[in-house]
Design a protein around this ligand. Structure first.
Ligand code: WQD
Length: 375
């Protein structure tokens, strides 16, 4: 089969059309060092997102952009389901052995509550498909992966803020899939020093690229707080009242505390992690027995539900009403990161504040009241 060649480093992003994926693709393109290949089954994403990312990257090219610079703004996008190995293998085949430099593996189902209702679907899509991806990567001599994990792996952490040495203990099938794949990748790296991998434990990504061209576009009613508040303010959700899932937690105002970070800061963390997998990286000790690390990506600043509501009230001008109802199954009181390891070893920072996150989220939502439109 013909192979694609490119002087840029080919990087495969799974879930590239998604909320996190599209911002990661944008950040990779901005470096003009990588050529992005995206595979996505569009289960919870719209392919239009990638057209917007490419448009955005092209708009930011310098006047003296080279042909390679222009190539770096193109995305080879494949509608592909990770649970179908033949579809995934066909993508790798198109670039040949060694043709794909690394993988950023973001695609996963991620609803905590839903995972308890359909656990097998979550294990098939998040775990079995990841094993299949890793096997195909090995077949095609691709041994670098950045894996999208989650703070959910900490369950109810004993100490706040949370460091990476905190024991992992998930309560939901979703959280357990994240721990399983982290362990699978760590075992793989331990078995063969050709592998280099970083797991990134996301805290709560929020906001959107300030252009308003790309953003979070969940199917149906958002389950997460910030997109729900944006949908309420733009009239996409007709609820006049927000249900706050309890205020009897051991937190300053009794509502849950989370560590929100701007999605572009989160995306930049992926670039740092990808670069860490390169030959000239100093993140890994060359004498180490394996090349695997896990990092928290958070701001290290916790905000409560009520603080988020107030921040969105300011950003949108919408007069949110809320009522306190019972706890939501699976919620934990506080997930605030200690991001110092990622700061020290990757140079990760998450400087953008909550006001910026809410302003960018609202700009996206007002420019795209119905997201990317019909799927
Ligand atoms: C935040 C807080 C709710 C809605 C989610 C995903 C998880 C992970 C991170 C991927 C909680 C409260 C919410 C509402 C509310 N993503 N809330 N009323 O639960 O921290 O985790 O994002 O890894 O998989 O589930 O985020 O936005 O759902 O909730 O009171 O209508 O807002 O109880 O305390 P969460 P969230």
């Amino acid at each position: 089969m013909a192979t694609h060649t490119s002087p840029l480093k080919n990087v495969l992003v799974t879930g590239g059309a998604g909320y996190i994926g599209s911002h990661v693709v944008y950040v990779l393109q901005k470096t003009r060092q990588y050529k992005v290949i995206s595979i996505d089954n569009n289960h919870n994403s719209n392919p239009a997102a990638l057209d917007r990312v490419s448009q955005l990257s092209k708009s930011e090219l310098p006047a003296d952009a080279t042909e390679i610079d222009i190539q770096s703004t193109e995305i080879d996008s494949y509608k592909c389901d990770l649970t179908q190995p033949d579809q995934v293998r066909a993508v790798f085949e198109a670039y040949g052995r060694g043709g794909i430099w690394g993988v950023v593996h973001i695609a996963a189902y991620k609803a905590v509550g839903e995972s308890s209702e359909i656990p097998l679907t979550y294990y098939a899509n998040n775990v079995a498909a990841s094993v299949s991806l890793l096997q195909i990567m090995a077949e095609y001599d691709c041994h670098r992966i950045v894996y999208s994990s989650s703070a959910t792996v900490y369950g109810t952490p004993p100490i706040i803020p949370i460091s990476e040495t905190t024991r992992l203990h998930a309560y939901s099938p979703y959280g357990r899939t994240k721990i399983m794949v982290e362990n699978i990748i760590e075992d793989l790296c331990h078995s063969d020093r050709k592998w280099r991998a970083v797991s990134l434990r996301y805290f709560n990504p929020a906001g959107a690229h300030p252009s308003g061209l790309i953003g979070e576009d969940p199917r149906g009613r958002p389950g997460n707080l910030l997109p729900l508040l944006a949908h309420m303010a733009v009239g996409r959700v007709k609820d006049a009242t927000l249900k706050v899932f309890a205020n009897d937690y051991p937190t300053p105002d009794g509502t849950c505390v989370r560590d929100y970070l701007h999605v572009l800061d989160l995306a930049s963390g992926h670039l740092l992690a990808l670069n860490a997998l390169g030959p000239d990286s100093n993140v890994f000790d060359p004498e180490a027995t394996d090349f695997y690390k896990a990092y928290n990506l958070g701001k290290g600043k916790g905000m409560s539900v009520l603080q988020i509501v107030e921040a969105m009230r300011k950003a949108t001008g919408f007069d949110y009403k809320y009522e306190i109802v019972g706890r939501r199954r699976g919620d934990v009181p506080d997930l605030t990161a200690d991001p110092s390891l990622a700061q020290k070893e990757l140079g990760f920072t998450a400087p953008q504040d909550l006001e910026t996150m809410c302003r960018d989220l609202w700009h996206w939502q007002t420019k795209n009241p119905f997201g990317y439109g019909e799927y």
